[in-house]
Unconditional design. Structure first.
Length: 211
């Protein structure tokens, strides 16, 4: 936590008030107002980050999936197999004694053409009951410094349509803006990667749901 300034802190001190993201106040593209209203508590709980607006950026994206949340979660939860739905991962390796629990790590190789080659990532959250997972990048050759991400999987039921079930996946991130880049450029790049991953997650899990 940031140190609390003493009463003697000079007025021109570099200490700044803590700033937090406000994703729970803005509807992500693709969600209805009703869905957003239902998801606001989860967004506030899981997708809120302490942010330095001068050096970091954050975003929240959503994806509708015509599959059950159990089917979607069965793919999302596999920290050791992100390449199942993440477009730009060529391979992923874990240790021989790998156990999927908070603190475990994976080493990811990224496809050529991106401003990255490798990424070492740590599992920060794994809540099987509430279908919440999250990771942070802790090493590797890439430009996503201090990248943290949380993904949550949510069930919706339409009682007026014979109890039709669908899933909404939310994914948020916080990342440093690289020196020489703008916040807009950084968010555009990260949003594009996350959006393509979520679209592939929908394709993969909707395919599983049909089998």
């Amino acid at each position: 936590m940031d140190p609390t300034p003493s009463p003697s802190t000079p007025p021109n001190s570099s200490t700044q008030p803590e700033t937090y993201t406000s994703h729970h106040l803005t509807i992500p593209p693709g969600l209805t107002q009703s869905e957003f209203n239902s998801l606001q508590p989860a967004i506030a709980e899981f997708h809120t980050y302490k942010l330095n607006p001068q050096t970091q950026c954050s975003s929240l994206l959503a994806q509708h999936i015509n599959a059950s949340p159990d089917t979607v979660w069965s793919v999302v939860r596999r920290f050791d197999k992100p390449q199942t739905y993440k477009h730009f991962i060529k391979s992923c390796t874990v240790s021989e004694d790998f156990e999927m629990k908070v603190g475990c790590t994976r080493d990811v190789n990224v496809i050529s053409g991106l401003p990255a080659a490798t990424s070492t990532e740590r599992l920060d959250i794994m809540d099987e009951e509430r279908r919440v997972t999250g990771f942070s990048i802790i090493g590797g050759e890439h430009r996503l410094t201090n990248y943290r991400s949380v993904t949550t999987v949510h069930q919706f039921v339409d009682d007026e349509d014979d109890g039709k079930i669908w899933t909404v996946v939310l994914e948020s991130y916080l990342v440093d803006v690289p020196q020489g880049n703008t916040e807009e450029d950084t968010r555009l790049f990260a949003d594009t990667v996350v959006k393509l991953n979520l679209q592939k997650l929908a394709s993969v899990t909707e395919g599983l749901a049909r089998t």
